[in-house]
Design a protein around this ligand. Structure first.
Ligand SMILES: Nc1ncnc2c1ncn2[C@@H]1O[C@H](COP(=O)(O)OP(=O)(O)OP(=O)(O)O)[C@@H](O)[C@H]1O
Length: 258
């Protein structure tokens, strides 16, 4: 796998009032990898994702994507780069008053300037790519199961053919079979489309089955960012509890059996 760094975060500090979430945080993401960000609740995983995709302005630091510092770019250039991101938010964040097909079409009309008819055609391709049956396109988000909502949101994230896919807790709330299927879909899409995947998750099965490297957020920074074996062997109390506790052991054993 290439070691080209396509996201480079340096000296990042995020504060909300007197709360310091990140302090002098560094992180590299390599092209084509699935990088998983883990950490205890409230360690700032979602804030990190939101900062990289431009939804949160940090107090300090630089966020370079494809070699350009997003924080100092003119708005138009920044918007161009951000179009290369596909983002799947924790709760799917689909528009409830639009059908799945309309939700997926929206970025194609707004950002790619397609006609409604062309956008709908392309949206149907993305809906299939996300593993949904064609009839799902006509449904409203409230008529879908949790797993289908995630896939619909994934279809929308894929609408503009992104280079980098950001996923915030994609398998949260899914049953184990649905979660495993979603993991495999991410892996297939990464391999087929050459995506780079930035994944925030608590799901140990996901970490053991599809992750290339793991970044552990702790004490306001990235404590370690390495292959799973190296991370799991790190001498740190949280890492020990997380990877070598009963759930971590079970996930590791299950992955070893595959
Ligand atoms: N817009 C905001 N305003 C104020 N505080 C915020 C804001 N966004 C996040 N925070 C705070 O920043 C901290 C980190 O939040 P974040 O959602 O990134 O945690 P997380 O690691 O993703 O947690 P979880 O695993 O529970 O989802 C939390 O204490 C949260 O309350």
């Amino acid at each position: 796998m290439s070691q080209e760094t396509i996201i480079e975060v340096r000296g990042l500090t995020n504060r909300f009032g007197s709360q310091v979430v990140h302090e002098n945080l560094d992180l590299d993401v390599h092209r084509g990898e699935i990088l998983t960000v883990v950490g205890g609740s409230g360690t700032g995983k979602s804030v990190l994702l939101r900062t990289i995709v431009g939804l949160n302005k940090p107090a300090e630091g630089s966020v370079k994507v494809f070699g350009e510092d997003l924080l100092v770019l003119p708005a138009t250039r920044r918007a161009e780069l951000e179009r290369r991101f596909g983002v799947l938010f924790q709760k799917g964040a689909l528009f409830s008053s639009l059908t799945v097909c309309e939700n997926v079409s929206l970025p194609l009309v707004e950002h790619a300037g397609l006609s409604a008819a062309d956008a709908a055609d392309l949206a149907r391709v993305k809906i299939a790519l996300a593993g949904l049956p064609p009839e799902a396109g006509a449904k409203y988000p409230s008529d879908l199961s949790g797993g289908m909502v995630k896939r619909a949101a994934l279809a929308r994230a894929l609408a503009l053919d992104p280079d980098i896919l950001f996923l915030d807790e994609p398998t949260a709330g899914l049953d184990p079979i649905g979660a495993a299927a979603f993991d495999q879909l991410i892996l297939t899409l990464r391999d087929a489309l050459g995506l780079t995947v930035f994944l925030v998750t608590h799901d140990l099965d996901t970490i053991y089955t599809i992750t290339d490297r793991v970044a552990v957020l702790s004490r306001k920074r990235v404590l370690v960012n390495d292959r799973l074996e190296a991370v799991a062997a790190t001498d740190d109390a949280w890492i020990r509890d997380y990877f070598h506790g009963p759930r971590g052991r079970a996930a590791g054993e299950a992955a070893a059996r595959q």
